[in-house]
Ligand binder design. Structure first.
Ligand SMILES: [Fe+2]
Length: 331
C-alpha cells in the first residue's frame, strides 16, 4: 500500500457559524467549552487540555463550515500544499498563530491542516474519584468528587462527516491524512453505512475514531455531529443535568456505543447542530483488526436507540426511502 501524503497528528478544531453568536456562545458555555480569545469576527473556545482552541465561532448560517487537523511538522504542510486543489502554506492570522494549508474534500467540506499553533496552559479539569466496584473497596472514607454545573470539556475528539459517498470521502482522508479504518458498518445492500477511522500513529494507542464517514440518509453532505471528551462519567452526568435544567435540546443518549465504546450523550445547539459529550473511548493501535458489521446486527452495549432527530439531518424523499430500506432489513 502506498504511503499517505501525511499522517495527521490530531483533530485540531472546527469552524462553526451561527446566526446569533451571543446565543451560540451561551450554549457552548453551558455545554462546557470555555472562551479563550476573541477577535473582530470570531470567538475561540477551548477545552481544559492545553491544546489551542478547538472551536471557532463566527456569525453566519452555514453550521460547521470547516474541520481542521494538526500536522507533525512543516514538511507535512509542504507535502499537502503540493496536492491538487491545495492552497499554498499561509500564516494563520488568529490568536494561536501557526501555519495553514487549505484543502477541500470530495464531499465539499473545507479541510484545514495546521502546524505550529501555540499551546495553552492546561485548565483545572473535572475532579475525579475512585470507585467502589467489582467487590473492591477503593473509596474508603472519601466523598465522591462531583461538581454541579456544566461538564468540563477536555478536547475535541472526533466528528462524523456524512454524505452520499462515504467510501469515496474516506479514501481521500486515507490517501492524504493517513486515516485508517477501525471498524465499518454496512447497509443491507452491502454499501458503506459508516466507516469509523482513526489516526495512524503506529504502535501508539489512539481513540477508536477521529472521523466517522457516514452515509447520509437524505444524501446531503455535512458534519453530522462533533464530539468532545469530558473527564469521566460523573462529569458527563452532571453536564447532562445542567443542560436539561437549561432546557437545551437533547438528541440521543445516554448510552455506551458498541463501536468505539464511549459513554455518549448528544445535544443540539439552537440551530440543530449536534454536539456530543463522551467519556471512556476504546483505544486502538496498528494491531487493531477492523470488523465489518451489517447495521441490522449492530446494537449499542446499553442505552436507547437513536431517534429520527439523530438519524435524519434533513427530511426529504431520499431520507424516507433510505430509512424504509434500512428498517426493513433490521426487522
Ligand atoms: Fe460520536
Amino acid at each position: 500500500m502506498s504511503e499517505p501524503t501525511i499522517k495527521a497528528k490530531r483533530l485540531a478544531y472546527v469552524r462553526v457559524e451561527a446566526p446569533d453568536t451571543a446565543r451560540a456562545e451561551e450554549f457552548l458555555e453551558e455545554f462546557g467549552l470555555q472562551l479563550s480569545a476573541r477577535t473582530g469576527d470570531a470567538a475561540f473556545f477551548r477545552g481544559t487540555d492545553p491544546e489551542p482552541p478547538c472551536y471557532v465561532l463566527t456569525k453566519g448560517s452555514g453550521g460547521v463550515t470547516a474541520i481542521a487537523f494538526e500536522a507533525d511538522d512543516m514538511a507535512d504542510l509542504e507535502a499537502l500544499s503540493a496536492i491538487d486543489g491545495a492552497s499554498a502554506i499561509e500564516t494563520l492570522d488568529e490568536p494561536a498563530g501557526g501555519k495553514i494549508v487549505r484543502l477541500t474534500d470530495p464531499q465539499g467540506m473545507r479541510v484545514e491542516v495546521v502546524h505550529g499553533r501555540m499551546a495553552l496552559e492546561a485548565l483545572d479539569a473535572s475532579p475525579a474519584h475512585r470507585f467502589n466496584m467489582d467487590g473492591k473497596r477503593n473509596r474508603e472514607g472519601e466523598l465522591p468528587a462531583v461538581t454541579h454545573g456544566p461538564s468540563q470539556v477536555k478536547r475535541l475528539g472526533h466528528l462524523v462527516l456524512e454524505s452520499a459517498i462515504p467510501h469515496e470521502v474516506y479514501e481521500w482522508y486515507n490517501r492524504h491524512l493517513g486515516l485508517q479504518t477501525s471498524d465499518a458498518v454496512r447497509t443491507p445492500d452491502g454499501s458503506p453505512q459508516m466507516i469509523f477511522s482513526r489516526l495512524d500513529r503506529g504502535e501508539e494507542y489512539v481513540d477508536h475514531h477521529v472521523v466517522g464517514f457516514q452515509f447520509a440518509v437524505d444524501e446531503g453532505a455535512r458534519v453530522q455531529h462533533m464530539a468532545f471528551e469530558v473527564g469521566n462519567f460523573d462529569d458527563l452526568m452532571s453536564g447532562h443535568d445542567y443542560l436539561k435544567s437549561k432546557r437545551r435540546k437533547h438528541v440521543w443518549g445516554i448510552g455506551r456505543h458498541r463501536l468505539g465504546g464511549q459513554i455518549f450523550d448528544y445535544w443540539a445547539n439552537p440551530w440543530g447542530v449536534i454536539h456530543e459529550h463522551w467519556t471512556d473511548t476504546d483505544l486502538v493501535n496498528e494491531n487493531h483488526e477492523p470488523t465489518d458489521t451489517s447495521i441490522a446486527d449492530l446494537k449499542d452495549y446499553w442505552g436507547p436507540e437513536p431517534g429520527p432527530g439523530f438519524v435524519v439531518s434533513r427530511w426529504n424523499f431520499k431520507a424516507v426511502r433510505n430509512i424504509a430500506r434500512m428498517l426493513k432489513a433490521r426487522a
